[in-house]
Structures are given as structure tokens and as C-alpha cells.
Design a protein around this ligand. Structure first.
Ligand SMILES: Cc1cc2nc3c(=O)[nH]c(=O)nc-3n(C[C@H](O)[C@H](O)[C@H](O)COP(=O)(O)O)c2cc1C
Length: 502
């Protein structure tokens, strides 16, 4: 595996860790990770917003197949941007084998994001996927590899078939991925297939295989992945239940505290001794966004930390500026609250929701929304009565879900986080006189982001986060700078950056 960073900026979907954030982090010698979720929709919508700055078009110019780039531009680019009250062009819902328009958007969308994140520096950039969101995997990973992605990270499931996919795509070979389907539905048609030659019409040299890091919540899963994967797992991110985004559910029967949040106990802890014994580098995630957190992780034998929340609120993140401002104002006022919602996500994994007025965390906003499922990333596959494969989501209109065999009790409290997360980065669909409401996820550690704000400032940058995490302990600072007491970024990065295991 290539040299290891001590800080991984966690992948944050949809579009929160976009190319700007990942580029800022990688350019400073740590690992910037773009989110690979829903990049097909983001590509189409950014072009319809007029592609301010021309970044998307610049990256599309580098795409190896001119005809694909041109088809996408012709269909979606709106010079000057669409009118604010006009809806975005709808995309077809994904199916087991396409459709072709989505395949092209996936390959190109992933290519664009990684390609832009790699501009202006020569450090590796990673991409993050959720195993659960399976239909786009193969084309997405191929697009990211075409752009030279250095690391693929995947959690929210058991990604044991991904290493083999990476190995195949290096040679532009056809690859497959088993679609998870409701019990008993497996069949010859549940193997997703992708042949790069469907997209690429020229002979291309082999690509570089990215390192693969699996995101796990336990050493048991890490060990199982090493044993059962169809290729090399290069390392692990070990993520605890305080982390932003989705959390692994507690082991055993789900119990809730008075506020209605899942209770985690001893059994949910990770045995770091067992992690070390696996002999692969690992990073700790979930509440490690501080200099003390990084030191603690390194002392435990980790290669470093993966940090999300701290980066989600920095200047370069994709979160809409007004949401960032209001969350940071709450943080400064000491009123910021994060609720671990056991119902919100159709995945049925607990999902952390920051409480922000005007977003889906507000019960009135949730109730007022008419259920629509037109992005469909979190749909589950099931076998229909006619023998074909269908897809359903517990956040889609209740009658539709039930008509597909879904249980009505599973629809209670479910939120369309596909549409909401796209809205969080300012690309929400317009429906009549309303725009899709956003949802903002953050870790339990949200209140601690004040540590990154330079004195007197109300905002901070990715560089502030990195400098703060790499700041040596006070005793070390005094030994090195007896007169100043303030570490410079240059000094503070010594010894940490790329200091990990190999
Ligand atoms: C806004 C936000 C979105 C996230 N989205 C994803 C995601 O799409 N995929 C993923 O694997 N992890 C996701 N995470 C988790 C982060 O990658 C990271 O592991 C986690 O935030 C670390 O814990 P911390 O928030 O305490 O720093 C998200 C976290 C945040 C704050």
C-alpha cells in the first residue's frame, strides 16, 4: 500500500465531502476523500446550475470518451443556470442493468469528482461508497479509477466482493457484483454486471489498483473480511457509534434511551488488541477529531484517525453555506443538538441528525413533505410475484411500499434521505412551489468544532482542522518553541504525516 496518512478526511455523502474539500485535505498531505454517493445526480444537477467556474466542464474535457462527455453536456448543461423555480431534469431510476444514461453519468460523475480533487497536487485522493447502495458500484468505481483514485473506502455493509472488482477493473475487464435481495430471492439475475467496453471504445493501458479500506464497526467483521474477501483488503477504518452519518446498530436487541436513541454497550466496543493482531493498518473514527484523539489513536497502534464532523462544517465542505452558518452559530451558542434517529434512514441503520430549523429534523417539515421516491439509492431489491426483480423503499409513498409487499410498520418515521441529502448541498429538487427539505447529519462531537475556529473568527477551513489535529501536545510545543508556544503548521506536521504503518 502507498504511504499512509495519519488523518483521513472521512467520505461524507451526498456531496458534503466534494472535490473542493478532498483537494484541500490531500494538498496538505493528509487523505482527502470524496463521497462517491449519487455522483450521477450531482453531475447532472451541477451542469443544470450552470457549472459556475467551469470546473465540471474542465474535468469532462479530460474524460477519455468524447462522445460520452458531449452527450452529458448536451443533455444537462444550462448556460447561466436554470431558473431557481424550475425543477431539475428527472433521471431514470436505476435498474439491475442500467439504463445506459445512468451508466454514463456514473462513470463520468465519479471521474469528474476524483479528477477535480486531484488538481494542483500530487497526493492521493480517496473515494467513499456505501456498500448498501449497490446498483451504481461497478460503473462508479470504474469512473473513479479512470481518474486515478488512490484509495477506495467502503462501509455500511460487508464489502467482501469489492477487492476482486478493483483487480478486474485495473485491466478494464468485465466485473460482477452480487445484488443483495430479500431472503430467498437470489437467482442468476441478481448478479450485477459491468463491462468497461460498454463505455470505453479505445484500448487503454492498465489502471493503478487503488488501496482498499473497509469501514467496520468491529474487529470480528474486520477479521471476517480478511478471510472471506476475493482480493486484498489493505486496511480498515474502525468506526464507533458517535460518528456522523449512519451508525452500525447496537449488537443484540435494540434498546432506546429516554430520548429515543439506541443504547450502545460494552459489546459494541472494538478490541484494539485484536485489530492490531490482524496486521493491517487501521484508523479510528467517531469522536477522534482533536489532537488528543489523534495521539490516543496512534498510541493504540492505529495508523491515525478518520474525521468527519470537523470537516463537514469547514469552509470547503459542500454543505449549503446558510446551513453551515446556522449550525456553527448553534455550536457557538452551546445549543447544537444531534439526535441518533433509529427510524430516519430507510436502511434501518441509526442515522445521526443535527437539529436545524427548516430541515427534516423539524417534525412539521417532515409531516408537510409529500412522499416521493425518485432518486432511489436506498431501495431494497425483492423478488416480485411475476418472478422479476423489484425495488422498494420504506420512505416511498406508504401505499406503494405496501403494495410491493413492504410492511406498513416499517414506513413509520422513515425519511427520504436521498432527496434530503442532495438538498443539503444546495441541489434539492423543486416541486411546484417548494424545494425538497434538507437533512444534516453530524457526529455526537459536533459541539467541539469551536476548537478549529481561529481566535475571533466564526468559521474555519480544512487547513485549520488539520493544523489543530497535528498540533503537538503542550509539553512538546514548549520543548520545541520555548519562546512562542504556538506551533506552526510546518512544525506540527513533522513526524505525523505519512508516519503510519506499512
Ligand atoms: C455529514 C456527514 C456525512 C457522512 N457521510 C458518510 C458517508 O456517506 N459514508 C460513510 O462511510 N461515512 C459517512 N460519514 C462518516 C464519516 O466518514 C466519518 O467516518 C465520521 O464522521 C467520523 O466520526 P466524527 O464525525 O466523529 O469525526 C459521514 C459523516 C458526516 C459528519
Amino acid at each position: 500500500m502507498r504511504a499512509l496518512p495519519s488523518i483521513i478526511q472521512g467520505g461524507m455523502g451526498v456531496g458534503v465531502s466534494d472535490w473542493r474539500l478532498a483537494r484541500a485535505v490531500s494538498a496538505r498531505g493528509q487523505l482527502g476523500v470524496v463521497s462517491g454517493t449519487a455522483l450521477d445526480v450531482l453531475l447532472a444537477r451541477r451542469l443544470q446550475m450552470g457549472d459556475p467556474g467551469g470546473h465540471v466542464r474542465r474535468a469532462l474535457d479530460r474524460f477519455p470518451v468524447r462522445a460520452v462527455a458531449e452527450r452529458i453536456l448536451n443533455r444537462f448543461y444550462v448556460p447561466g443556470g436554470k431558473a431557481a423555480d424550475r425543477p431539475f431534469a428527472p433521471l431514470p431510476l436505476a435498474d439491475v442493468d442500467g439504463p445506459r444514461e445512468l451508466l454514463e453519468l456514473r462513470v463520468a460523475g465519479n471521474f469528474v469528482e476524483v479528477s477535480l480533487a486531484r488538481e494542483g497536487h500530487d497526493r492521493p485522493v480517496g473515494i467513499n461508497y456505501l456498500e448498501k447502495v449497490q446498483l451504481p458500484h461497478l460503473a462508479s468505481i470504474y469512473g473513479a479509477m479512470l481518474a486515478g483514485v488512490g484509495f477506495v473506502l467502503m462501509g455500511a455493509g460487508i464489502p467482501s466482493r469489492i477487492p476482486g472488482v478493483l483487480d478486474g477493473l485495473v485491466y478494464h475487464a468485465p466485473v460482477t457484483y452480487p445484488l443483495s435481495i430479500a431472503r430467498g430471492g437470489e437467482g442468476a439475475d441478481t448478479l450485477l454486471a459491468f463491462d468497461p467496453r460498454e463505455i470505453i471504445d479505445a484500448d487503454l493501458p492498465p489502471l493503478t489498483r487503488p488501496s482498499f479500506l473497509a469501514i467496520v464497526s468491529s474487529h470480528v467483521l474486520a477479521a471476517a473480511l480478511l478471510k472471506r474477501s476475493n482480493g486484498v483488503v489493505d486496511g480498515f477504518v474502525v468506526e464507533g457509534p458517535t460518528a456522523g452519518g449512519h451508525n452500525a446498530p447496537p449488537r443484540g436487541k435494540l434498546q432506546l434511551n429516554e430520548a429515543g436513541e439506541p443504547i450502545y454497550g460494552e459489546r459494541d466496543g472494538v478490541d484494539l488488541e485484536a485489530m492490531r493482531a490482524l496486521g493491517r493498518p487501521f484508523w479510528l473514527a467517531g469522536g477522534y477529531g482533536s489532537a488528543a484523539g489523534l495521539r490516543q489513536a496512534l498510541a493504540c497502534g492505529a495508523a491515525g484517525v478518520q474525521v468527519g464532523t470537523a470537516f463537514a462544517l469547514c469552509e470547503e465542505s459542500g454543505v449549503r453555506a446558510d446551513y453551515k452558518e446556522s449550525l456553527l452559530a448553534q455550536v457557538r451558542a452551546g445549543t447544537a443538538r444531534v439526535f441518533t434517529d433509529p427510524l430516519a434512514s430507510p436502511t434501518s441503520f441509526p442515522f445521526k441528525v443535527a437539529q436545524v430549523d427548516g430541515t427534516l429534523s423539524d417534525p412539521a417539515v417532515y409531516e408537510a413533505r409529500t412522499r416521493v421516491c425518485d432518486l432511489g439509492y436506498l431501495r431494497d431489491a425483492y423478488r416480485k410475484e411475476d418472478g422479476t426483480i423489484g425495488f422498494r423503499c420504506s420512505a416511498e409513498p406508504v401505499t406503494v411500499y405496501v403494495s410491493k409487499g413492504g410492511r406498513i410498520e416499517d414506513t413509520v418515521g422513515r425519511k427520504c434521505i436521498c432527496n434530503a441529502l442532495v438538498a443539503t448541498v444546495g441541489l434539492g429538487q423543486v416541486r411546484g412551489h417548494t424545494t425538497e427539505p434538507a437533512i444534516i447529519t453530524a457526529g455526537d462531537d459536533l459541539a467541539s468544532v469551536t476548537q478549529f475556529m481561529p481566535e475571533g473568527a466564526t468559521r474555519y477551513t480544512a487547513a485549520d482542522v488539520i493544523a489543530s489535529l497535528l498540533a503537538p501536545a503542550t509539553e512538546e510545543v514548549q520543548a520545541r518553541h520555548p519562546s512562542s508556544g504556538h506551533p506552526s503548521l510546518k512544525d506540527s506536521t513533522e513526524g505525523h504525516v505519512f508516519a503510519g504503518l506499512s
